[in-house]
Design a protein around this ligand. Structure first.
Ligand code: IMP
Length: 196
């Protein structure tokens, strides 16, 4: 069974493909098409954005779709960057620019900078609509460490670890992350409902 992951983010695709690697599904992504619409993420919650991506991509391709919306929530920044995580530093944002902006915003606050990553995962097809959520707690450190992962991984120290998400192995990240937990829940519900 072919399932389309509504993302162009290669880091996310790799993680989620790995989670479904013990099933029969063939997971493809928007990078397999050159005509995929750009879904405007203008919802006010992670759930609204994840659903919007799934619904719009399902309408375009008529294939079963999974999608997610995720982001970093920093306590001292009143929840920022939140749903704006990918564009935190502006329209020409890159992971590096986002990390620099995050450290800049945090420099006047005392450590620890408590934070969490959150993820909503969605599956839709012509009959089913499944939504799951999960998160991982940790803190933001003052110097980036590690080159694994993507996004804010080099600055995020998961609770109970002395390595950042950018330093831990992809295998370990894919057991503990917000996305891993949300997609493992999604996978279990899909199995329980005989979808996969
Ligand atoms: P979106 O879910 O595509 O809207 O993007 C969420 C943004 O949150 C990403 O571009 C990253 O900046 C950040 N983010 C989400 N998940 C992770 C992660 O696992 N590691 C690091 N950054 C993440």
């Amino acid at each position: 069974m072919k399932i389309l992951f509504a993302t162009k983010n290669k880091g996310k695709y790799k993680e989620v493909k790995n989670i479904f690697s013990d099933t029969d599904i063939e997971l493809i992504s928007l990078n397999d098409f050159d005509n995929a619409i750009d879904v405007v993420e203008d919802g006010s919650t992670f759930e609204e954005n994840a659903l919007k991506k799934a619904v719009e991509i399902y309408s375009q391709f008529k294939l079963p779709v999974i999608s997610d919306d995720s982001g970093l929530i920093v306590e001292q920044l009143k929840g920022a960057p939140g749903i704006h995580s990918s564009r935190y530093s502006g329209d020409d944002a890159t992971d590096k620019k986002n990390n620099i902006k995050l450290l800049d915003e945090l420099k006047s606050f005392p450590e620890p900078h408590c934070a969490k990553f959150v993820c909503t995962a969605v599956y839709i097809d012509s009959k089913n609509n499944i939504i799951t959520n999960d998160e991982i707690n940790g803190q933001i450190i003052s110097q980036p460490r590690g080159t694994n992962g993507f996004g804010y991984d080099p600055l995020f120290l998961p609770e109970g670890f002395n390595k950042t998400s950018g330093e831990i192995s992809p295998d370990i990240k894919n057991k503990i992350s917000h996305r891993a937990k949300a997609f493992n829940k999604l996978k279990q519900i899909m199995v329980d409902n005989n979808i996969i």
